[in-house]
Design a binder for this molecule. Structure first.
Ligand code: G3I
Length: 446
């Protein structure tokens, strides 16, 4: 055996003997760090968190790692938050609002960073209640994606929301990508999450001209075969989620902007002008307990489009094929006016139907005149959010259903990509803290 190995072997024996003696020494809480046979102390990363007893928004973190002498380390006090160097002794951090926050300590070790995370729950005063607790008599919904149901997304969802809508993963182009084969992987993940967290689930959407699978657009079968495809799809999806998905946008955005006629979609072309009635009949037959909605946008300020929508709704209502109206609230900080938003509520309530303020986001840069969210626009957004919440809150209880936000953090919104310009239309900052717009909703719900 070579000299070097002998020395290592001898040293290891000595260390084992030393630790044995210590453990016999009576004071058994002395942690002996075994130096490995390379002569290095293994790195063990850990830390303690304590919440201040005098300020429930303040935490103190202490790095209790071992084997990190000479190594740099840093803190992050929210998921993907900014890095704060780890200095000597405990570090303080003060949060601005209550919530569940992911705290991470990262040690820059020679063989690569080692990170350990822990969640701290900041229970603030009752001045920052959760949206779902501030709302009375209706659900507060969030548009979700299957890859955003954990970590801080989960923390915000379970704290603030009691309704979910799949932003895109329960649409036909996602479930029915391949002819003859339905893929429920993502939709099941969302539904299972909602069920596990006792949330209402709003199914969006079964029939929409913007989510037609490529193969269906090129379907070479007969019109009757096409109609059977659609009927079977609606039936299969709704029966799969019966008892879990309480409501559905059966048909979405069927009205052509400008003409206010039915869009000349493949559904209308191949199933006939009464395709909408057929789809709602399939839906009613598939899950008689589901609450069936018609969903469209610009039905507040565009009186022609609103009238066209209510004509469809009236026809469906006469056949007991509809239960609610979804008014998509893709609005701006300065538009539409309160009276215009109120008009779609009045039309829905007068028909005895459920009102869903669906897809709420509030553009603050519709004219592309700001390059960051200014204080002035943030306040204007808060005021608009309060107005929308006040309008919804004033709806008669029997017509209330849900107010759904179309995304969580500004950085996750569809708006910038769609409009090709920056915007900050949602309700949470990138660190998951609520924006003024969130406060506006709370104010309006009260
Ligand atoms: O996440 C995948 C990514 O993995 C993939 O590489 C990429 C390219 O295929 O697609 C990504 O998914 C996209 C998804 O948005 C997330 O960004 C889908 O292709 C894209 O179709 C989807 O767009 C959604 C759109 O509806 C179409 O379904 C938007 O998120 C969603 O905000 C938008 O929502 C609509 C409502 O359903 C109806 N009312 C209007 C509203 C805005 O258009």
């Amino acid at each position: 055996m070579k000299i070097k190995s002998l020395i290592k072997y001898f040293r290891l024996i000595l260390l084992l003997l030393f630790s044995f003696m210590l453990s016999c020494g009576g004071d058994d809480d002395i942690n002996v760090v075994i130096v490995d046979d390379e002569g290095e102390i293994p790195i063990s990363v850990d830390f303690d968190i304590t919440v201040s007893e005098t300020n429930t928004f303040e935490i103190s973190v202490n790095n209790t790692s071992t084997g990190i002498t000479g190594l740099n380390s840093y803190w992050q006090f929210t998921e993907n938050g900014e890095s704060v160097p780890d200095g000597a002794g405990p570090e303080r951090h003060v949060y601005s609002v209550s919530g569940d926050y992911l705290v991470t300590l990262t040690v820059e070790a020679p063989d690569g960073d080692i990170a350990v995370s822990k969640t701290v729950i900041i229970v603030g005063d009752d001045d920052s209640p959760a949206l779902k607790n501030a709302a009375k008599g209706f659900s507060v919904g969030m548009a979700v994606r299957s890859d955003r149901l954990t970590g801080s997304h989960n923390a915000v969802l379970v704290r603030e929301f009691n309704s979910l809508t799949a932003e895109f993963e329960m649409k036909m182009d996602q479930i029915y990508k391949t002819e003859g084969s339905l893929d429920f992987t993502a939709s099941d993940a969302i539904v299972d999450y909602g069920v596990a967290n006792n949330m209402d689930i709003h199914g969006h959407t079964l029939v929409w001209h913007n989510s037609i699978p490529v193969w269906m657009n090129n379907f070479s079968g007969t019109d009757e075969e096409f109609e059977t495809l659609v009927k079977d799809y609606i039936t299969t999806v709704m029966q799969r989620y019966a008892g879990k998905v309480r409501s559905w946008d059966v048909v979405n955005e069927a009205i052509e902007d400008g003409t206010n006629n039915l869009r000349n979609s493949i559904f209308r072309i191949r199933m006939g002008a009464n395709y909408i009635e057929k789809c709602y009949q399939y839906a009613r037959d598939a899950d008689p307990n589901a609450i069936l909605f018609y969903n469209d946008y610009n039905v507040t300020f565009d009186s022609g489009k609103q009238a066209a929508m209510f004509a469809i709704v009236d026809d469906l209502k006469s056949k007991n094929l509809i239960d609610g109206v979804g008014a998509q609230m893709h609005i701006s900080y300065n538009f539409p006016r309160r009276a215009q938003i109120q008009s779609v509520v009045d039309g829905t309530v007068s028909r005895g139907l459920k009102m869903h303020f669906a897809e709420l986001d509030i553009r603050v840069n519709p004219n592309n005149d700001i390059t960051s969210l200014t204080e002035q626009r943030a306040i204007a957004q808060q005021n608009k959010a309060k107005e929308v919440a006040e309008i919804y809150n004033a709806i008669p209880d029997e017509n209330k259903f849900a107010l759904t936000l179309w995304g969580m953090r500004d950085s996750e919104s569809w708006l910038p990509a769609f409009w090709g310009q920056p915007d900050w239309g949602l309700f949470y900052n990138d660190d998951f803290t609520p924006k003024k717009a969130h406060t506006g909703l709370i104010e309006g719900f009260r």
